[in-house]
Design a protein around this ligand. Sequence first.
Ligand code: MG
Ligand code: ZN
Length: 217
Amino acid sequence: MSAKTVSVKENILAANTEKAEQSRKLLSSRNVLMVNVMSSPGSGKTSLILQTVNRFRHKYRIAVIEGDIASSIDTDKITRQNIPAIQINTGGGCHLDARMIRNSLDTMDLGQIDLIFIENVGNLVCTADFDLGAHKNVVILSIPEGDDKPYKYPVIFIEADAVVVNKTDVLPHFDFNLDDFPGIIRGLNPSAKVFPVSAKTGEGLDSWFSWIEEMLM
Ligand code: MG
Ligand code: ZN
């Protein structure tokens, strides 16, 4: 990579961070918590968000921003639960950026919302480079993906506030060392929380729900 290429990337990221800071300030001033959920495709972002929405929908007002390269399949799953969802189609782009989120926030009545989930584009690589203005960044890793992913994609795990290990229901069928996994994450990121869960069976979700709710109270 040439020096020029590096500085262009730095400028893009600096502009992105500035926009993200504006969103974070706006949300904080309106008492809205925003959580950015990242993972590979198929790790369970939509499932975890739906479980969390169903747990809290009678107590808190929730909205979802859905990022996908194409389609509104996940947005349709959310709106079917009568939860407001905004679709962002990146048109081939492999991540969301702060401007897309800021534009989405401008269409929402923030006075009527307590909690916003962002479902990022399924991608463990560049999603982590772009601050979206969320208060917390969450990475989901599912058991079938393997316990070596924090070594292969360290940046996203280093920047995460919480790592959700999803699909613990299939643990017996895979060589995923769940006992040692929290230690691996601690080695990269000592302050990250680790939540082993099954969004399918509900196992382990109570600790995750408590972590979310502590931030809402
Ligand atoms: Mg999804
Ligand atoms: Zn990207």
